[in-house]
Design a protein. Structure first.
Length: 494
């Protein structure tokens, strides 16, 4: 085990038994280094105590070393580092699935291209045959010559054949359109992957902001507890001086108990936010995390709605992917429509055949074929109607996505303006609440008012602190919404 590394040199065989208490530590067999250690430590006591203390020290050091080895290093994360980990090849699940979707689309494109390339095959066969010539329409006349009979059943005889054959599509417009549609579909999946990466970035940023808000709430809860403790000491000192009452001390105790309860809730909120962030990133949930960022106000330049919409139409990966999906559906519809056209193919084979390998001679076949579709029971018409419907559906989706992008941009801009004003109002409210509490404390110390005024001011200060945290969180979320709506969220990362 790892925690016995240092002590295995001192007690290589007896350490486990000594630690368990099965074997007492023999002072005479203890190394001199340990004797000098005990002599320098100046330990005093009976012989029995001196025989027990080394064992206790060994157990203490072993336990300490095991805790040191077992403790995992704390992972310090900035927002950019969290996003990079989530977008890594072994990171977020959605990003990994999107990468696999690209490979699948590329394989489908290669499969569609195979219809336009030559198909080369090689065969080798050797067989023994018998044949009934009557089955092929041969019927021989009876010749009135004694001993001359032409049999209708021949064999057995051996046939050997080794041959290479090739077929090539010379002109098949439907297959060409199918390959073009598959290529465009692969590009659409790549654009979908970029959209997925933007969505993962959005998800990680929101989880990271949730962790920062939980940490800010924890810091605020600690500050509230410290303030309640200070006010409790003030009420106790005033009561001792004869200017305070017992109800004021009780009131301060109740406020402190409430703040301590809120502190426990805030600590739990931090742990929950860290676990959710680890899950979004794709890391193990037992990894300790420390967020290096802070919930702060970062003002943005005012953007015109038209400019933001133009940026979104240019950068949104979802719109690019949907336009390519529409183009792929159009090409697929064209390919099905051109199935009515004739197709031309060439074929040929070359090999050696005979009754045996050493008795074979070269043979060949080559030619061309023209395929003209005439009637297939209506299957082509049904496929054409189906592909036309799919094309119209993609057109509807494209228009709906354009409208959704415009809605996202307008809502994000509106939320950002509102959150900006909310932050300014929260900052003003916090300053006023701090001034109110300071005045209430001075009035309480001088005996002008009682503790009720201080408790009310303390409650309003706690509310103002919470309002500031919520305002900063809303402002940062609005920034993320705007970045996601315009397709520039990754460029907005610090």
């Amino acid at each position: 085990m790892q925690f016995t590394r240092g002590w295995a040199l001192v007690f290589p065989k007896r350490i486990n038994r000594i630690f368990s208490g099965a074997v007492p530590l023999d002072r005479s067999r203890r190394p001199r280094r340990l004797d000098r250690f005990w002599m320098r430590s100046g330990s005093r006591g009976t012989r029995a105590d001196q025989g027990v203390r080394p064992t206790k020290l060994i157990a203490l050091l072993i336990c300490s070393s095991s805790l040191i080895y077992a403790q995992a290093p704390v992972l310090q994360l900035s927002l950019k580092q969290a996003v990079d980990l989530a977008l890594a090849p072994d990171g977020n699940t959605r990003a990994r699935l999107a990468a696999e979707a690209i490979r699948q689309a590329e394989a489908r494109s290669a499969e569609a291209r195979a219809a336009l390339l030559p198909d080369v095959e090689g065969t080798v066969s050797e067989q023994s045959e018998t044949s009934n010539l009557r089955a092929f329409g041969f019927s021989f006349l009876h010749i009135p010559i004694p001993g001359l009979v032409i049999p209708t059943f021949v064999g057995p005889f051996d046939v050997f054949d080794a041959r290479a054959s090739v077929t090539e599509s010379i002109f098949d417009f439907s297959s060409i359109r199918g390959y073009q549609a598959a290529k465009v579909a692969a590009e659409a999946v790549k654009a979908d992957n970029q959209g997925t990466r933007d969505q993962v970035t959005d998800q990680v940023a929101r989880a990271y902001l949730t962790g920062l808000r939980a940490q800010a709430a924890l810091d605020t809860a600690k500050a509230n507890v410290e303030l309640s403790e200070a006010l409790l000491k003030l009420s106790q000192s005033l009561k001792t001086a004869g200017t305070g009452t017992g109800i004021e001390v009780t009131r301060a105790d109740v406020q402190l108990a409430n703040d301590r309860q809120l502190l426990i809730v805030a600590e739990n909120g931090v742990e929950r936010s860290h676990l959710e962030l680890l899950k979004v990133i794709g890391l193990k949930l037992d990894r300790p995390v420390e967020l290096t960022g802070a919930l702060a106000y970062v003002p943005l330049e005012s953007q015109d709605t038209g400019q933001a919409l133009a940026t979104a139409r240019e950068n949104r990966a979802e719109l690019k992917a949907q336009q390519q999906h529409e183009q792929s559906a159009k090409l697929s519809y064209s390919g099905v429509k051109f199935e009515r056209l004739p197709s031309v193919a060439a074929f040929g084979n070359y090999g050696s055949s005979g009754s045996a390998i050493n008795d074979s001679v070269p043979t060949r076949t080559y030619g061309a074929s023209l395929r003209i579709p005439i009637f297939d029971g209506g299957r082509r018409d049904a496929r054409r109607a189906e592909s036309a419907s799919e094309y119209r559906q993609e057109q509807i989706r494209t228009q709906d996505l354009r409208d959704q992008i415009e809605l996202d941009v307008r809502l994000a801009l509106q939320s950002l303006r509102s959150a900006d004003a909310e932050v300014k109002a929260a900052e003003d409210g916090l300053k006023l609440s701090e001034n109110e509490l300071a005045q209430a404390q001075r009035r309480y110390k001088t005996g002008v008012s009682n503790s009720v005024e201080v408790t009310d001011a303390q409650t309003r200060l706690q509310r103002a602190r919470d309002n500031r945290i919520n305002a900063l969180y809303d402002h940062n979320v609005a920034r993320i919404d705007l970045g996601t709506a315009t397709g520039t969220i990754r460029s907005m990362l610090p």
